[in-house]
Design a binder for this molecule. Structure first.
Ligand SMILES: Cc1cc2nc3c(=O)[nH]c(=O)nc-3n(C[C@H](O)[C@H](O)[C@H](O)COP(=O)(O)OP(=O)(O)OC[C@H]3O[C@@H](n4cnc5c(N)ncnc54)[C@H](O)[C@@H]3O)c2cc1C
Length: 434
């Protein structure tokens, strides 16, 4: 028997995958007895915001992920395709029909028993059984307090992610590697501003449009001073960011031999070093505005954004520290995590995480899919202890290992990466008819 808490995208995928392998499942969902501030419907797999599962073309991170989910017989993808509405190159759904269909499939699946009610503590669940926590970014208060203890305090209640860009898109004719005061290795990429560039950047940053916060998030962010968005700091005075994340002290521009007026620093996101985050740039700007304004940073004129910065209410555990590769908890290996709570970001990412957790628990998968797949790369990221400031991550091409032979141009490169990943997954699924 496997107990799954939360019948969202991850919980439903996990339950369905297990049930299809003949494993008995008890699926606990607190709705309709209790709702998170964003959930409104009694149905499972509720899409709390957009009704889009993003791009379908294979040569994109989300298209690649969907193709992999198709190969792994994903319930969520199947229901999405049955309830799709026209949306150009994206897969969008009628959200009510989608959630109703997932709910129906779960209800009529013979190995799944549904229990409506909030799981307040794991204590009541039999210790000999496996437990999957799939309660999402808005896990109820009582359970999140318990999970925090279970994870040795390594659970966050908000994300504050800075944008990540690809290394190869940084203009290294302007930017340079160096460490402040030459201390340690030259691990940072430094983007130097002169005074005019700084003034222009600052004024664009102060005027840029921010994303709407949900009402419940506004409440939360009033008390959330610890990690201030860069645009808020910018409004505190002309030099506020120059004395903060853009401070130039201890750095010399090799092109001029002088200290720049200001410097934006970028740090490797993981050991592989394709992804760099802009240090201290946690932001709530709209994605289009991030592209426009952050591209004004000298050296980032043509940069490829792999992840935009976000700040929302989001409960997630520090997976690289607390989880094993199969998504089980190091401290209590009969407890697994799946979905957004383990630090993936996005509808499909959450679903695929539930799917893999289910297939791992049932024994159908002996380990996660290879890292050339988007699924495998994403799960490797949330398990990568070289990531210092762990923040939730969505599917993106920067997660994948580089191609053996370089391919010129972004689209041909993406196509080659996607084809390599699909071939690797097909190969992985061959034994035992996976
Ligand atoms: C406000 C908001 C907007 C978002 N918008 C988008 C978007 O537009 N696009 C996108 O790709 N991603 C979005 N996300 C991120 C993420 O993809 C979704 O939150 C996704 O639904 C996560 O899937 P999940 O299965 O992990 O969790 P959820 O889908 O949230 O499912 C968790 C389920 O667990 C239940 N639950 C919680 N606590 C308990 C408990 N103690 N006992 C029993 N049941 C419990 C909940 O009621 C819920 O049904 C958004 C997140 C939030 C918070």
């Amino acid at each position: 028997m496997v107990h799954i808490t939360g019948a969202g995208l991850a919980g439903c995928e996990c339950a369905f995958a297990l049930a299809k392998q003949g494993v008995s499942v008890r699926l606990y969902e607190m709705k309709p007895l209790r709702y998170s501030p964003a959930h409104k419907s009694e149905n499972f797999a509720e899409l709390v915001c957009s009704n889009s599962f993003k791009a379908e073309r294979l040569a994109s991170a989300s298209g690649m992920l969907k193709e992999e989910m198709r190969l792994m017989a994903s319930l969520v993808l199947d229901c999405a395709e049955e309830t799709r509405v026209p949306a150009g190159g994206a897969l969008a759904v009628d959200r009510e029909k989608f959630a109703a269909l997932v709910t129906e499939r779960i209800k009529t699946c013979k190995n799944i028993e549904i229990i409506r009610g909030e799981v307040l503590s794991l204590e009541k669940l039999p210790e000999k059984d496996k437990i999957v926590i799939a309660t999402g970014p808005l896990t109820s208060q009582a359970l999140s307090e318990e999970l925090k203890k279970l994870c040795g305090g390594l659970l966050s209640f908000h994300d504050a992610a800075a944008p990540i860009v690809s290394f190869e898109s940084i203009n290294m004719d302007k930017a340079f590697f160096a460490a402040r005061y030459g201390r340690g290795g030259a691990d940072y990429i430094n983007c130097p501003f002169d005074k005019d560039e700084y003034i222009n950047f600052l004024s664009a940053l102060k005027e840029a449009e921010t994303a709407e916060l949900h009402e419940f998030e506004r409440e939360n962010f009033r008390v959330y001073e610890g990690c201030m968005p860069i645009e808020t700091l910018a409004k505190r005075g002309e030099d506020a960011i120059r004395f903060g994340p853009l401070r130039p002290v201890g750095l010399t521009d090799p092109r001029t031999g002088r200290r720049p007026y200001a410097v934006a620093q970028l740090r490797k996101e993981n050991e592989r070093g394709h992804m760099y985050n802009i240090v201290g740039f946690q932001t709530n700007l709209k994605f289009g505005e991030q592209k426009r304004v952050f591209s004004m940073i000298p050296g980032l004129e043509n940069t490829e954004f792999l992840r935009y910065g976000v700040m929302h209410r989001n409960i997630f555990i520090n997976s690289p520290q607390v989880l094993n590769r199969d998504l089980s908890l190091k401290a209590r290996p009969n407890v697994y995590f799946a979905g957004q709570i383990c630090g993936v970001e996005g509808y499909m990412e959450s679903a695929v995480c539930g799917l893999v957790a289910g297939l791992n628990i049932s024994g159908k998968f002996a380990g996660n899919p290879p890292e050339e797949t988007m699924t495998g790369a994403l799960l490797a990221y949330i398990n990568d202890s070289s990531v210092k400031d762990f923040q939730p991550m969505g599917a993106n091409m920067g997660l994948l290992p580089p191609l053996e032979k370089a391919v010129k141009g972004r689209q041909p490169r993406y196509q080659a990466l996607a084809e390599r990943g699909i071939a690797a997954l097909s190969e992985y699924l061959k034994p035992q008819g996976r």
